[in-house]
Design a protein around this ligand. Sequence first.
Ligand SMILES: Nc1ncnc2c1ncn2[C@@H]1O[C@H](COP(=O)(O)OP(=O)(O)O)[C@@H](O)[C@H]1O
Ligand SMILES: [Mg+2]
Length: 398
Amino acid sequence: MDNISVSTTDVRIERHANQLSRQLKLLREKLFPPLSQKTLRTFSSGEAAQMIGVSDGYLRQLSLDGKGPQPELSQNGRRSYTLGQINELRHYMAKLKPKDALSYLPWRRPGEKLQTVAVTNFKGGSAKTTTTLYLAQYLALAGYRVLAIDLDPQASLSSMLGVQPEFDLSDGDTLYGAIRYDADRRPLKDIVRKTYFDGLDLVPGNLELMEFEHETPRALSDRQRPGELFFRRVGMAIAEVEADYDVVVIDCPPQLGYLTLGAVCAATSLLITIHPQMVDVASMSQFLLMTSDLLSVVRKAGGDLQHDFIKYVVTRHEPFDAPQSQIVALLRSLFSDDVLTATILKSTAIADAGLTKQTLFEIEKGQVRRSTYDRALESVNAANGEVLAGIHKAWGRT
Ligand SMILES: Nc1ncnc2c1ncn2[C@@H]1O[C@H](COP(=O)(O)OP(=O)(O)O)[C@@H](O)[C@H]1O
Ligand SMILES: [Mg+2]
């Protein structure tokens, strides 16, 4: 009788899944032993001084005077700081010079509301994850308290931030754990995890996020629970940890499902990534209409659709490609200020760094050609700087 059950397809596939999972686990332990966790490089005293907003000489004097965290000294006497130490020094400086505190420690002040940026697009491969990751790291390096939420079941943001979605997560360890409809719901505080990047926390993703897409239609038709509005759930979960962060950045899945709608309603601003190619842009008007339709339904049901800013970001831009230039020009003439002035350049430096799950902020100098590195990083910083300016404007800072 056992034979019958063992040969049914569901049982067989389950056995395959378990075998595969066991084997992958073994393989991973061999490739990445548990102790080889991701770490962030240290920063030279010059870099640290610039990040904090003091001179290198001043930083040197502090360390000579034994004030603040002590940098690591290399054999040739070079000082280097961890991001954690840089953040300690930011606190130190803010305390020392209360009048200029904001320039050293840019955390939001009373009255400045949490900023939630949803990075979204209907297309896979439009650099959503890359854009989310660079923005999150940029803000963390600048001293903000950042929460990155991976809403894509494919979870590439999580793995870039050092969490292996197949191995490191149990049930309820994604945002789904905090927005599910049943009694297993957990507080988001218990799900958030620190990353190897000081000041940057993560709500990881994996396939379980799909449950929300399946459960929501059921919840919508359940007359017993009419108040459980699906589009409020992401925002309600974020509100639970609001006090701990300045900016939340959400990597949305590449479709207009319930998760994306929840993220858009939770967001205070939207970043829509655009790869400037005819095939991608051709589907855009369709996408925008669909989005607008869905959002108007949500708005009429009581969803919050006020955003401080909505920006299109041109990504993987090749400025010397004539067709691309035409498309970028078209977007600018149509959407004018809604398109970020800076574009994120297509760069082998970004792609190559990505191969080892790193960003340009993370790799050591000399790992890629200097000129390529500088050009790419400049474009990333310029785009992120515009987003940060939008955040500051929303906070009423000048
Ligand atoms: N500016 C860029 N230059 C070069 N490669 C890029 C750039 N941005 C993204 N990529 C690469 O393109 C691929 C898709 O990017 P990704 O951010 O994962 O897109 P999405 O999240 O929209 O699917 C990745 O392999 C990534 O490394
Ligand atoms: Mg992605």
